[in-house]
Design a protein around this ligand. Structure first.
Ligand SMILES: [Fe+2]
Ligand SMILES: [Fe+2]
Length: 216
């Protein structure tokens, strides 16, 4: 009996989506071979307010990484070209590293992940899938613009986190490098520059998200 090649149906994809979503939100998603940049850095003494601020900012970053996962998953669902999926796969895996590093730091700082993560994830899958439907060029452009905005966020967080909080800073620095690389990868894979109004809407959305996640 010959073996049938596996064909992925819409239902298979849906099940995989659901599984990815649960892992992202509640489990341990597959990470890369890289180690947490903060694990080799000694803990420094932080004042109560320094610790609280760092915790809130890391919660925002973690929620951003949850959204990044949603975006990549949504995009993979509707991307037309298989090479687009392949090229962005490593980036998506690196977002899992970020997710993991942020979560560890959140715990060390004594706070919690955002309660709204399921909302951010679901919204991002929808946006990613929609962008993928419009076309690979636009969904990759969307990824590139998102990453550029994340780099700017990370810069502002680096400016706010205590200068001696080396553990938090080492994570933010590595994430910043990775996100800039992801943007370049997406542009090289054929991403288009998004029209200014779309960029503005994205900025507004992320503002609402960061303001809410700061508290929740
Ligand atoms: Fe990331
Ligand atoms: Fe990224």
């Amino acid at each position: 009996m010959s073996q049938n090649p596996r064909h992925y149906t819409a239902l298979d994809q849906l099940v995989e989506q659901f599984d990815n979503g649960l892992r992202t939100l509640f489990g341990r998603p597959a990470i890369t071979e890289r180690s947490n940049p903060a694990s080799a850095v000694p803990e420094t003494e932080l004042t109560e307010s320094e610790r609280e601020l760092a915790g809130r900012l890391m919660r925002i970053n973690h929620a951003g990484e949850v959204s990044a996962q949603g975006l990549y998953q949504g995009q993979a669902l509707t991307a037309r070209l298989p090479e687009v999926r392949q090229k962005m796969e490593r980036a998506a895996q690196e977002e899992n590293d970020h997710l993991d590093w942020c979560e560890t730091r959140i715990r060390e700082l004594g706070t919690h992940k955002s309660l709204l993560n399921p909302v951010w994830y679901a919204g991002s899958v929808a946006i990613g899938a929609l962008a993928g439907l419009i076309g690979d060029k636009w969904s990759l452009g969307f990824v590139a613009e998102t990453e550029h905005q994340v780099v700017r966020h990370l810069d502002s967080h680096l400016a706010q986190v205590a200068s001696h909080d080396e553990k938090t800073r080492s994570i933010l620095e590595q994430m910043k490098k990775d996100e800039a690389q992801h943007a370049t990868t997406a542009l090289h894979a054929g991403g288009a520059n998004l029209p200014a109004p779309v960029q503005a809407i994205m900025q507004l959305t992320s503002k609402i998200m960061t303001k809410t996640t700061y508290w929740l």
